[in-house]
Design a protein around this ligand. Sequence first.
Ligand SMILES: *Cc1c(COP(=O)(O)O)cnc(C)c1O
Length: 385
Amino acid sequence: MIPIIRPVLGEAEIQAAAGPLRSGWVTQGPETAAFEAEFAALVGARHACAVSSCTTALHLALLAAGVGPGDEVITASHTFIATANAIRYCGAEPVFIDVEPGGFNLDPELIGATVSPRTKALVAVHQAGMPCDLSRVVAAAEKAGLVLIEDAACAVGSRIRWQGEWQRIGRPHGRAACFSFHPRKLLTTGDGGMITTNDPDWDRRFRLWRQHGMTVPDTARHAAREVIFEEYPDLGFNYRLTDIQAAVGRAQLKRLEEILGRRRELAARYFNLLAEIPGLGLPLEPEWARSNWQSFLVKLPEGADQKTVMQYLLDHGVASRRGIMNCHQERPYLGARGGDRLPNSEAARDKWIILPLFHQMTEAEQNRVAEVLGRACSMGLGGGR
Ligand SMILES: *Cc1c(COP(=O)(O)O)cnc(C)c1O
C-alpha cells in the first residue's frame, strides 16, 4: 500500500530522545527551550512557545486575544475541526466564511461583510501548507478591527512573498501563528505544537498558561540558590511539551530543508504526470506563495464519483483521502452562522481527493499513483455505478 504520508524518523531522533531519558529531565526544560529558540530563528519570529499540540496553541492564542463567552470568531469551515473546536473551548462561536473558488483558503473578500458587533478575532488557516493571501487577510482584519491569528498547523517551511521579500510562514503577520507536530504534518514530535508571536506580553502569557498558571517554572526553581515560592495568578492548563518530544523536534528541524526540497520535487513531478489525465484539476500555487505540499490535492474530472475512485485506488494499493473536511457539516457545528453560504467549501470536500506524497516516495511509486488514478478516472467510474 502506498500511504498518504510517512514520518521521516531515524537514528538522529532515536539518539535525541535518549538524551532526556539519560539526564532525567524529561518534561518541559532545556530541550524545550532550545527547540523554541531554534524554531523562532527558523521562521523569523521574536518568540516561540512550545505546547502540547496545535489545538492547545490555538486555544491559548484565542485566550490571549481576549476571546470569551458571547464572542464570535471568523474562520474557514473548510479546515480540520480543531480550528473551530479551539474557538468553542473559549466559550465563543465560530462564524464560517467560504474558501476561494478552486482553492482551500478563506476568501478575504468575505471578511468585512461577515463582521458583527460580537466579532473579536479572525483565524486564517494556511490550508494543506498553501499560504493564504496574507496581505489581503491582514488588510481586512485591520479594517474590521479583528485580532488575527494564523492556523499554520500544516505550514512549517512554507513561504510567502511579503513586500518583495520571501518569508517563512510563522513570522507573524497577525498576533500569533500556531503550528502542529502531529505525524500527519511535515515535522513530528509524536504530538506537539508551537506558538510564534512578536509580542513579549503574549509570549509571557502563553508560558504562564501552558504550565498551570505557575509564575515560577520548575526549571527556575531547580536552578535557584534561594527558596522561591510560586504563585498561580491565572487559570492555567497543562499544555506542556515534554523534553523527550522537544529533543526529537530539534532533530526534525535539521531535516526540514531536505524534506521541503524533496516534497517540492515530488509535487513538480505530479504536475507533469497528472497533466496527462483528462479533466483532472490540479492545485494552484500563487506566484507569491511556496507551499510545503503538506497535502497534494487533485480535483476529480466532472462526473467521476469520489468514493468510487477512492475505492478503486484502495483496491489497487494506493491510499487516498477525501478533500479537507468542512466543520459546518459535522454535528457540533450544524447551524453555525455562515454555514448556509459555503458552496466552494462543500465542492472542495466532495470533488477533490488527497494523493500520497511522502519524503521516502520513489518515482516508481509516484508513477503507479498516476497510472492507477488515470485508470480510475477514465473507466467511467461515474455517479450511478
Ligand atoms: C492538524 C491541524 C490542526 C490540529 O493540530 P494538532 O497538533 O493535532 O492539535 C489544526 N488545524 C489544522 C488546519 C490542522 O491541519
